[in-house]
Design a protein around this ligand. Sequence first.
Ligand code: SF4
Ligand code: SF4
Length: 132
Amino acid sequence: MTRPAFACQRCNQCCTGEGGIRLPEEGVPAAAAILGLTPDEFKTRYCRPEQGQWAIRCGEDGRCVLLGPEGCLIHAAKPAICRAWPYFPALLQDPGAFNEAKLICPGLNPEATHQEFLAQYRQTITKEEDPS
Ligand code: SF4
Ligand code: SF4
């Protein structure tokens, strides 16, 4: 296999659509600081309260309001769910869910097996744990 099981194509499809993108209160200061805002300014401009956290709003075009021309405006402090994709528990545990995700994320290689996806995930977390 020449193409990896996952290689983001930067299509921004996963930054489109309402729901599920939330920052906990403790994640707000770092995100706000990237944009030169106070936490309250950040919440007022970009968030609404939801289930004890701060949900990032979508614009009228359906895109996350933190999606800029070069990608996520708070990349270094983006919500955990945004950092985790596509290595969600459901996709790691269920080959069927992995195959369904291939239909919505062009970064997932349609020809990759679930085993290849898991192998890439293990490599990714190994690199994160030992970046040397
Ligand atoms: S916070 Fe950033 S990565 Fe997450 S959906 Fe919004 S633009 Fe995309
Ligand atoms: S949908 Fe997939 S390929 Fe597109 S930006 Fe998101 S992770 Fe990358």
